[in-house]
Design a protein around this ligand. Structure first.
Ligand code: NAD
Ligand code: IPM
Ligand code: MN
Length: 354
């Protein structure tokens, strides 16, 4: 029987609370299916580990992770450890180290999910954001000059390589082609005359290879406005690392909230493991209370199942989330319910068993 080996990094804050529910769902599905198994290996890496050992994960952490079919991550970062250290040494290290250059983040309004926009129907918000996940504004390149003097300067360099831009755009063009969808590139060439002009040029060049794909190009400020005023005009979106980060929190806000937003960090060549996670953080404001919404983590299980070639199960998990939202019986407080985090995994399984 095929066994999928999954490395679990539950991480900090609400990470362990929401990941526990995703694990329940995945194990339950394997049992229901009967043709494959899942094996979890838990790694205690994160901020507590840092406070004990001085590092977010062991030096050979990436080597250890290499052996797995996928990584399932909760959230990283907690007061007491500087965010740039905790994220830089764990989450971003894995994304870069495993060349997970595609960050695939669905922004899809499910039936029953709350939407703060007036007059928006469920089908009006149904897009996927393809965020460049390996370079751009997140490249670890920069300097601090003249520290402690009035002339002090901080430099943070965006790195946009032809290879990096081409591969993320090609991924997006292929997806748009397969699904007969409009592809929108979101950039900022009017102000960032090197990086974003380069991005725009490559997007246009590649477009010649995909004459069947309808495209549009938007500036990120206007696109943010359009996410709110006219989300219907977006289907497949390709954008840079930082813009994708910001736009997907905005996407979460219009499609049910942070508790419903999932993301896959993919190495499409499958040379290294891919990583699946909710897009939210460790939410220190609600950690330990048992009220975090684990549906984003469960949605990322659906993405993992797609990635494992179990697309039927991926669809069924998403449908089960939608049923849960519509029935409104077992929802966490962010969605207006009174259920606890730990009730949700079983509630999803109960729907899947029907
Ligand atoms: P956050 O996403 O943790 O929280 C933002 C708001 O959304 C909070 O009010 C929180 O309570 C709410 N929220 C988030 N997830 C929720 C859920 N599942 N259910 C209900 N409510 C939820 O963002 P933040 O407060 O800016 O960051 C907190 C920490 O997490 C920081 O250290 C940050 O760097 C880190 N962070 C990590 C990741 C990650 O590991 N992928 C992502 C984002 C932020
Ligand atoms: C996300 C997060 C990370 C990012 C942070 C925590 C480094 O916000 O996954 O969206 O900016 O990519
Ligand atoms: Mn983010």
């Amino acid at each position: 029987m095929k066994k999928f080996k999954i490395a679990v990094i539950a991480g900090d804050g609400i990470g362990p609370e929401v990941i526990a529910e995703g694990k329940k769902v995945l194990s339950g599905i394997a049992a229901l299916d009967g043709t494959f198994a899942v094996e979890f290996t838990d790694f205690p890496w994160g901020c507590e580990y840092y406070l004990k050992t001085g590092e977010m994960m062991p030096e050979d952490g990436l080597d250890t992770l290499k052996a797995f079919d996928a990584i399932y991550l909760g959230a990283v970062g907690y007061p007491g450890v500087p965010d740039n250290v905790s994220l830089g040494q764990l989450l971003l290290k894995i994304r870069r180290g495993f060349d997970e250059y595609v960050n695939l983040r669905p922004v899809k309004l499910l039936e029953g999910a709350p939407c703060p926009l007036a007059g928006v129907k469920r089908e009006d918000i149904d897009m996927v954001v393809i965020r460049e996940n390996s370079e751009g504004e997140y490249a670890d390149v920069g300097a601090r000059l003249y520290p402690g003097t009035p002339q002090e300067i901080a430099l943070q360099t965006g790195v946009f390589s032809r290879k990096g831009c081409e591969r993320i755009m090609r991924y997006a063009y292929e997806l748009a082609r397969r699904e007969h969808k409009t592809l929108t590139s979101i950039s900022k060439g009017n102000a960032l005359g090197y990086s974003m002009v380069f991005w725009d040029e490559i997007f246009a060049e590649l477009g010649k290879e995909y004459p069947d794909v309808k495209t549009q190009k938007l500036l990120v400020d206007a696109a943010s406005m359009m996410f709110v005023k006219n989300p219907k005009r977006f289907e497949v979106v390709v954008t840079s690392n930082l813009f994708g980060d910001i736009l997907t929190d905005l996407g979460a806000a219009i499609a049910g909230g942070m508790g419903l937003a999932a993301g896959a960090n993919l190495n499409p060549e499958r040379k290294y493991p891919s990583m699946f996670e909710p897009i939210h953080g460790s939410a220190p404001d609600i950690a330990g209370k048992g009220i975090a919404n684990p549906l984003a983590s469960i949605w990322s299980v659906s993405q993992m199942l797609d990635f494992f070639g179990k697309e039927d199960w991926g669809k069924r998990v998403l449908a089960a989330i939608e049923t849960l939202l519509v029935e409104k019986k077992t929802l966490t407080p962010d969605l207006g319910g009174t259920a606890k985090t730990q009730d949700i995994g079983e509630a999803i399984l109960e729907i899947l068993r029907r």
